[in-house]
Design a protein. Structure first.
Length: 169
């Protein structure tokens, strides 16, 4: 087998050559770098929850339902809700492989209790969402065309990653 570099699609999403049955996506923010791997298309987003003008950003980039949900939310949970919606939206467009060519206000993330769903006019297979806790200051969301998610995430430090690469080369 000949080692080949990562390739990128027309929207800039990296992928492996077609002889690999592996999909992946990467995100980073603050002190975290995260990666999701699956046999089906997958997107991941992590965000450090910074102080920001959430309502202004939501007004510009969120769908009307999301903006209404955020603006009507109790102020004590508004920041967490904003970053939940943001990371779910980012993970969705990354799973589709088209990034920001899909306008963030062209679809809605629906949060109802512990259920995450979406509304869109884009035609594609059903996709699924999961959020993971990594740190009180961050939000992490994953979107996949597979409904199977691991119950927990695997934490690796840089030494684990380097050792894994050395033993598999």
């Amino acid at each position: 087998y000949v080692k080949k570099p990562f390739l990128v699609n027309e929207y800039g999403k990296p992928y492996l050559p077609t002889n690999f049955n592996l999909q992946f996506n990467v995100s980073h923010s603050g002190e975290w770098v995260v990666c999701a791997v699956d046999e089906r298309p997958v997107g991941i987003d992590v965000e450090l929850m910074r102080k920001t003008d959430m309502l202004e950003i939501a007004h510009r980039f969120f769908a009307a339902k999301e903006y209404d949900m955020l603006s009507n939310a109790d102020k004590s949970i508004r920041k967490e809700l904003f970053y939940d919606i943001w990371t779910l939206k980012e993970s969705y467009i990354k799973a589709l492989g088209k990034g920001l060519s899909i306008k963030l206000n062209s679809f809605s993330i629906i949060l109802a209790g512990n259920t995450i769903s979406y509304e869109t006019q884009i035609q594609h297979e059903q996709c699924y969402f999961k959020q993971y806790y990594i740190d009180a200051s961050y939000r992490l969301s994953v979107c996949s065309f597979s409904h199977s998610f691991p119950p927990d995430i695997i934490y690796l430090d840089i030494n684990d990653v380097c050792n894994s690469l050395i033993t598999h080369v």
